[in-house]
Design a protein around this ligand. Structure first.
Ligand code: GDP
Ligand code: MG
Length: 457
């Protein structure tokens, strides 16, 4: 059995099995390490641990013993496209799927009352439009929050945890309140950030979600988006870092992306304050008119996708009344309990028979799709993302910044140069502290004390 740990630098392979348990395993899956996905070993740290791998066009750092839990194989044909499911069903479908996605989804359950486009009655003008600002870490949330609110900020804590909570009013729109939530990659209930963000959205029921994406790591950003869309809360997507993407020759077909996702998408650069006005207009509109996402069928039409699709529908029927009572969005509840989310399962308060039925549905899905419950759901999401990106994203060439950082890394983390570089830097810091700066400060202090002593005398 070969694992990711032993993959040679520069070589690629296809993930065949994801080991590990609980939070760690879910995290692997959430980050795109799913059976069938291509991974490339980029480099090792100077002491051999951790490892940097590339998956879905972004780099991920793993400990060696974590990488040992990921089994890999080599399929004969590895395509070079961005994000590869080796069976490449996503690509094959591209030509036909576009029309399917635009028509309303005919499957059972989804044309029921939960997914009818509700007649839009605007909220009364006196309503405070509350927004949750949700996105990955480092995607520019705080930068955008500052642009939106200026100095109208209130800083506090989320109850029970030492995670900063910032609320602010959008400049020029006194009846709004935006909350900057902790950066997360998934709506799984494992890290305290994930729990805080998810509880905020589920329990405090903001009027709308501002989902901010990093356009330069679009696949990973969209993974969270997929889960937010299931919440059936009005939402607008801010596609951030567009300056970097376009600056390096990339582009995104915004209209097509809006069609495929069923929510407004606004390209912005939070740093340069570009597109933020348009974002605010959309945000106010969707919240005021309570425009919910147009429901999409995320499942691919291949065998595994079909199995997941059927399971989701079966579970939706099974838990419909419970989800309503517990006030949890039904599609979110269904995919989460299929994933194996115990918290949502408890909140639904299912009957013994219903739980048994749920488990039967899941086992059948696992059998038909050949994937376990968590992997099947993660793969469904990434397949859909793959399809969207294949149609809308023109990848940038490697950025100047990235090339520069690679060059610097070559020396700073190189096998033979890293330790000398480290010693050199530390020696410089040491000398500066104790000789140059230290001596200067010491002199200053002595003079000061002398001065005060004389004065006192
Ligand atoms: P957060 O972790 O999501 O709150 O992200 P921050 O707001 O702290 O931003 C992370 C980094 O991305 C900072 O260095 C920002 O200056 C940078 N950044 C944010 N928005 C943009 C943008 O639109 N373009 C570029 N090039 N950089 C950005
Ligand atoms: Mg931040």
């Amino acid at each position: 059995m070969e694992t990711l740990k032993n993959l040679e630098i520069g070589k690629s392979a296809v993930i065949s099995k994801v080991g590990g348990t609980g939070a760690l395993r879910q995290h692997f899956l959430d980050m795109g390490m799913i059976p069938g996905v291509k991974v490339t070993m980029m480099k090792h740290a100077p002491m051999g641990d951790p490892l940097e791998i590339r998956v879905f066009n972004y780099e991920l750092t793993l400990r060696k013993d974590e990488a040992a839990k990921i089994e890999i194989g080599y399929k004969e044909k590895l395509s070079d496209s961005n994000a590869d499911f080796s069976d490449s069903t996503a690509e094959k479908e591209t030509s036909t799927a576009s029309n399917d996605l635009l028509t309303s989804h005919p499957g059972l359950g989804e044309d029921g009352k939960y997914h009818e486009k509700e007649t839009e009655t605007p909220l009364p003008d006196s309503t405070i439009l509350t927004y949750a600002l949700v996105g990955n870490q480092n995607c520019g949330k705080t930068t955008l929050f500052n642009q939106l609110t200026g100095s109208n900020q209130h800083v506090g804590n989320f109850p029970g945890v030492t995670i900063d909570r910032k609320d602010g009013v959008i400049i020029g729109h006194p009846k709004t309140l935006v909350t900057d939530l902790p950066g997360i990659y998934s709506m799984s209930p494992f890290t305290s950030e994930e729990i805080v963000s998810r509880n905020f959205v589920l329990k405090e029921k903001p009027k709308a979600i501002l989902n901010i994406l990093d356009a330069s790591a679009i696949e990973r950003s969209l993974y969270l988006t997929m889960q937010l869309l299931e919440l059936d809360i009005p939402m607008v997507i801010a596609l951030n870092m567009m300056d970097e993407l376009t600056g390096n020759g990339g582009s995104i077909n915004i209209n097509e992306m809006e069609n495929l996702l069923g929510v407004p998408v606004v390209p912005i650069s939070a740093l340069k304050n570009e597109g933020v006005d348009e974002l605010v207009q959309h945000a106010i509109h969707i919240a005021h008119f309570q425009e919910k996402p147009v429901p999409q069928d995320f499942c691919s039409k291949d065998e595994a996708g079909g199995a997941v699709h059927r399971a989701i529908h079966a579970v939706i029927h099974l838990i419909q009344d419970h989800a309503e009572r517990a006030e949890i969005p039904i599609r979110f509840a269904a995919s989460k309990i299929i994933e194996g989310d115990k918290i949502i399962l408890n909140m639904l308060d299912l009957d013994f028979n219903e739980i048994e039925m749920l488990e039967h549905i899941v086992v059948q899905m696992e059998k038909e799709s050949g994937l376990d419950r968590s992997a099947a759901i993660a793969k469904m999401r990434y397949s859909f993302i793959n399809k969207i990106c294949g149609k809308t994203v023109k990848k940038p060439h490697e950025s100047k910044e990235h090339l520069r950082s690679e060059k610097i890394d070559k020396i700073l983390t190189g096998k033979w140069t890293a330790i000398p570089a480290f010693i050199l830097i530390m020696t410089t810091v040491f000398l500066l502290t104790f000789n140059v700066l230290g001596a200067f400060l010491q002199g200053l202090l002595e003079n000061g004390i002398d001065f005060v002593t004389n004065l006192a005398a």
